[in-house]
Design a protein around this ligand. Structure first.
Ligand code: SF4
Ligand code: SF4
Length: 133
């Protein structure tokens, strides 16, 4: 199913912002600078990274995000570490499972979440993150 980036972004915003801890009761992003949210700041790269993987293993998506998104993100240090990620403050990392699910669904693919192994700390998809980008 072909969708434009704008359509995909609208779907992902609807899905992710609605559960994000930074969302206010008025439905606004409460970040000091909403455009700094890495998920949408680098959205085309996020979509391309996710579409480059066809797997039921979330770790392969994490690797694709690290390779294609984190590598061009201003927050990543030279050694590949990311303080924002370590502090569970990157919405992309924190909600990656939901982001993958939303994009796969919107593009007509399915991501089977059964059998997902536990993730190491600082590696995405932990429930209830406190996002402060
Ligand atoms: S931090 Fe990002 S995911 Fe969360 S509400 Fe703001 S724009 Fe949406
Ligand atoms: S985990 Fe860090 S380097 Fe990767 S997108 Fe998020 S803020 Fe950027």
């Amino acid at each position: 199913m072909d969708r434009s980036f704008d359509e995909l972004e609208a779907i992902v915003r609807n899905r992710i912002c609605s559960v994000c801890t930074e969302r206010t009761t008025e439905g606004q992003c409460d970040l000091e600078s909403p455009s700094s949210c890495a998920l949408f700041r680098l959205f085309p790269q996020v979509v391309q990274a996710i579409q480059s993987v066809d797997s039921n293993d979330i770790h392969q998506y994490i690797e694709a995000i690290r390779r294609n998104v984190c590598s061009v993100c201003q927050e990543q240090a030279r050694d590949g570490s990311c303080e924002v990620r370590q502090q569970v403050q990157c919405a992309l990392d924190a909600y990656l499972l939901l982001v993958v699910d939303a994009i796969e669904e919107a593009t007509g693919r399915t991501f089977d979440k059964t059998g997902i192994r536990p993730l190491p700390a600082g590696s995405a998809a932990r429930p209830g993150p406190q996002i402060r980008l």
